[in-house]
Ligand binder design. Structure first.
Ligand code: PNS
Length: 162
């Protein structure tokens, strides 16, 4: 999609291999992709905003048309400011569908010119979520293969395991 800038918004608390897979797919599809980290999360995040941004920058370092930014307020306002024409979101299991449909339709109502584009992650990451990864890490389970190695290390440190 020539000249289309897309935004991939999310909490990224923390980045999983599913996110990285989607960023890679999006970077091939769009002219440029902005990974946008939401600053004002409803729930207290495990990782600070700074950590979440740093982790994303580290794992997207080799992707020349990908940048990482933060945003607050309405996504459509941010998209307008960044002149983005698409929002990228991942669809994993069927259970994502209702939440994603609602968000996409609300955003379309607010800004009809902005399209939400859904991509599916590699099937091996279809069950991976930040929430599950945090739970496994907290309980001392193995998270290798679910998150990129630098994030695995950060999670282990966070929960006092080396
Ligand atoms: O990774 P997440 O937590 O599922 O991402 C949710 C996110 C950040 C995409 C969503 O909460 C969002 O866009 N928040 C910004 C506020 C907004 O625009 N709300 C109206 C659209 S639902």
């Amino acid at each position: 999609m020539n000249n289309v800038t897309a935004i991939y918004p999310g909490s990224f608390d923390p980045t999983t291999n599913g996110h990285v897979d989607l960023i890679r797919r999006g970077s091939r599809l769009f002219h440029s992709l902005i990974v946008a980290v939401l600053t004002n999360l409803e729930k207290k995040p495990l990782f600070s905003l700074r950590d979440r941004v740093e982790m994303l920058r580290e794992v997207t370092r080799g992707m020349s048309n990908v940048s990482v930014e933060t945003f607050s307020g309405l996504l459509i306002d941010y998209a307008r400011r960044r002149k983005a024409r698409a929002i990228l979101r991942g669809l994993r299991a069927f259970s994502d569908y209702e939440y994603e449909l609602r968000m996409a339709l609300v955003n379309r109502k607010l800004e009809p010119e902005l399209e939400t584009v859904f991509l599916m992650p590699t099937e091996s990451y279809a069950y991976v979520s930040s929430r599950l990864v945090k739970e496994i890490a907290q309980l001392g389970g193995p998270i290798g293969g679910l998150v990129p190695p630098p994030i695995e290390k950060k999670l282990r440190l966070k929960f006092g395991r080396r």
